[in-house]
Design a protein. Structure first.
Length: 244
């Protein structure tokens, strides 16, 4: 029998972000050498704001933290305004005390992306992730593991679904500028984390949330594999939890 997923549902999004961030910050306070798995997109912004605030208030230090980002677009220079490298520096890393040598983000400009993927997995295998922060795609993806990705996958290059490119077009000047491929930690890599904190907000995530929690464990909803993880915390607002 699997451990049930821990589901936290909130009316107030501020409280959701407060609690989810507190969970991670308290872990770092107790274990300064925490290895964090980090996500990009709109969802984690509320967490990163609270990390920065806690750091500025002197409540937490990231000096000994190691970070591994889930994914990066293929073909975007790291200094491109929409690269996840830029995103992470803008929204978190430049405002906290994490040393740059502790930051890991897949390189989507590597000449050999297979070698880059293996290289990332080697680093991951040396530093098991303590807490993995996840968002949820409207199609149930975690990282950029789109529906159909094997549960045994490690870091790899993925062709982004049109729906994902449309979802992310809001960050670009036009849909056509959204890269077609990304390099992402695999589902197996994500499942190795000791603890998973997934946040989903908004009605547009309600179907994916339902499939993740109540649906069959199936490749059609990559996040459904989280039903088999022994330490998952889901932070949902009412709208995202609507179908439950
Ligand atoms: C981002 C990532 C994706 C996003 C997901 C939700 O690094 O891996 O899985 O978490 O696409 O994106 P937002 O938060 O923008 O709705």
């Amino acid at each position: 029998m699997n451990e049930p997923m821990n589901i936290h549902v909130y009316e107030q999004i501020e409280e959701l972000y407060h609690d989810a961030s507190k969970r991670i910050i308290e872990h770092i306070q107790k274990h300064p050498e925490t290895t964090l798995g980090l996500a990009t997109g709109s969802t984690p912004l509320g967490v990163y704001q609270r990390f920065i605030h806690a750091y500025q208030q002197g409540f937490v230090s990231f000096k000994k933290v190691l970070s591994f980002n889930l994914d990066e677009y293929v073909g975007l220079d790291r200094h491109h305004p929409q690269s996840y490298y830029t995103f992470m520096h803008q929204h978190l890393f430049s405002s906290i005390d994490i040393p740059s040598s502790h930051i890991h983000i897949p390189n989507g400009m590597a000449t050999d992306l297979v070698v880059e993927s293996k290289h990332y997995d080697t680093k991951l295998s040396k530093h098991r992730i303590d807490i993995q922060l996840l968002g949820l795609g409207t199609n149930g993806h975690i990282g950029f593991n789109e529906p159909g990705t094997p549960f045994t996958s490690t870091t790899h290059v993925i062709e982004l679904k049109e729906s994902t490119r449309k979802d992310n077009a809001r960050f670009f000047k036009s849909f056509h500028e959204v890269p077609q491929r990304a390099i992402t930690m695999g589902i197996y890599s994500i499942m190795q984390a000791k603890e998973i904190v997934l946040i989903a907000t908004g009605e547009h995530k309600a179907q994916a949330v339902f499939d993740m929690i109540k649906g069959p464990i199936h490749l059609a909803c990559p996040a459904s594999i989280l039903q088999t993880h022994t330490n998952v915390h889901l932070y949902l607002d009412y709208a995202a939890a609507k179908a439950l």
